[in-house]
Design a protein. Structure first.
Length: 464
């Protein structure tokens, strides 16, 4: 049974993303009052972006603690775990097809996940249409939150879950995101199976990656016959302005991209030529790792506000949800918020430091030069920029880690679990996972499949 414990009179979560909503859900599951503030007018006020693969050793653990794992599996797409990796000439390097019962990292659309989490909260928990303009310290560790329409709230604990450009982060750290040198241009394709059959065939049920010549084309299947593509360029964040381009002029941007991708296989170029609507420029920023700060009474961070990473391996949302879950559990299990936050930050910072910011992986995959990045199926996985093995890797596997980078994190397989990292490292090594694929045999690996009760190739939530 959930425990009932009220370590703070007023807890505010700023940001209704996966991490903030997970934190609120687990808090309420344990009888703790919380209010979430978000600038959006509603959960579906804007497009939430593409699809997420929720990992068995992080995101799914958080959903289990939130009591939402079955609801997630009802929406998720196990077939979305399929991944293909190609050269820029269309040669297939990896063609991974999940088994029918694999639930190591099923895909779910971001919008579906946000709705699932938001709808699970008590009515009125999320105060939509609240843009935080400032957060200032008050007496006895309290903070005053001021929103754009003049509303103020005094809270005992403010949790910054407000993303890369967090307004809460300056309370504990003066670090700001830095540009990685890589930009993704997002493109979309609607009714893909009928209107864009070449795109549908290329992407399949999951994801396709083609890299080379410091560029890349990434296709991602979403639900309801939608596909998103990310056209990766190593260039300035505002490269289009320097080229004299207007992003609203789709034809001109497309022509520039085709010049940049000259010599690539025509079958891949459909991700540039066949999109519906304009391109969206998404420069990639990170918080240099490790990002730490001195414990500050009455405030903490989670997710991208705490450890903004490059989107290789799919750790961002998974870490954010695990952060939110672990923070909520700490608040439920400790006598004071200050003690709970201290325990949470120690675990969270260690996990994030072990994973790194992903900048080195981006540099490797989209590095400068004319030769394709070393992306064969036997290539090592992108390493953490810290260059250190996380503490949960067994000593006997540290040589593997030096070659392949750290395991997907979770420390102790999430709240309270034992690490299966040594076993996971060996299984990933045996299957020779590609650099683009998450190693899905990390902490708590190879649990029994939810549906069949047998051991799944990719595992499932630890403890299931």
């Amino acid at each position: 049974m959930p425990t009932t414990h009220t370590p703070a009179r007023q807890i505010a979560v700023v940001g209704a993303g996966p991490g903030g909503l997970t934190c609120a859900r687990v808090l309420q599951h344990h009888g703790i009052d919380v209010t979430v503030y978000d600038r959006d007018a509603s959960a579906d006020a804007r497009n939430q972006g593409g699809t997420l693969d929720l990992h068995a050793d992080s995101g799914q653990i958080a959903l289990r603690e939130a009591g939402l794992l079955d609801d997630f599996h009802a929406l998720a797409r196990p077939e979305g775990q399929a991944q293909r990796m190609l050269t820029r000439h269309g040669e297939v390097l990896v063609d991974y097809r999940p088994t029918s019962d694999e639930d190591a990292a099923p895909e779910i659309d971001r919008g579906q996940l946000r709705t699932l989490l938001a709808d699970s909260l008590a009515p009125g928990t999320v105060q939509w249409g609240h843009t935080l303009t400032s957060a200032t310290p008050g007496p006895a560790g309290t903070h005053r939150l001021t929103f754009d329409h003049g509303v103020t709230r005094d809270v005992d604990l403010v949790i910054g879950a407000d993303g890369a450009w967090s307004r809460v982060r300056p309370l504990v750290s003066d670090v700001t995101p830095v540009y990685t040198g890589v930009t993704f241009l997002e493109a979309r394709y609607d009714e893909v199976d009928t209107a864009h059959p070449a795109v549908a065939e290329l992407v399949g049920h999951g994801n396709v990656f083609a890299t080379g010549d410091h560029k890349g084309l990434i296709g991602q299947r979403n639900s309801n016959q939608h596909v998103r593509a990310y056209i990766a360029l190593r260039d300035d964040a505002d490269w289009y302005r320097a080229a004299g381009l207007d992003l609203d002029d789709t034809d001109a941007v497309r022509a520039a991209l085709l010049r940049a991708f000259a010599g690539w296989d025509e079958r891949l170029l459909v991700l540039i030529t066949d999109n519906d609507g304009p391109y969206v420029n998404r420069p990639l920023f990170v918080l240099p790792a490790p990002h730490t700060w001195p414990h500050t009474r009455g405030v903490t961070l989670l997710g991208d506000a705490a450890h903004l990473m490059a989107p290789l391996g799919g750790y961002g949302a998974n870490f954010a949800m695990l952060d939110g879950c672990e923070l909520a559990l700490a608040l439920a299990r400790h006598d004071t918020p200050d003690e709970a936050v201290t325990v949470y930050e120690r675990t969270m910072m260690s996990r994030a430091a072990a994973a790194g910011d992903g900048a080195e992986a981006l540099a490797r995959v989209f590095g400068p030069g004319t030769a394709a990045a070393p992306m064969s199926p036997t290539s090592p996985r992108p390493r953490s920029s810290t260059g250190r093995a996380p503490p949960h890797i067994a000593a006997g596997d540290r040589a593997w880690v030096r070659r392949h980078g750290p395991e997907p994190p979770g420390g102790r397989a999430g709240p309270g679990g034992r690490s299966g990292a040594g076993r996971g490292a060996r299984r990933c090594r045996e299957e020779r996972r590609s650099p683009w694929q998450s190693c899905r045999y990390g902490p708590g690996a190879t649990p029994r499949s939810r549906r069949t009760g047998r051991r799944s190739r990719g595992g499932g939530p630890a403890g299931n």
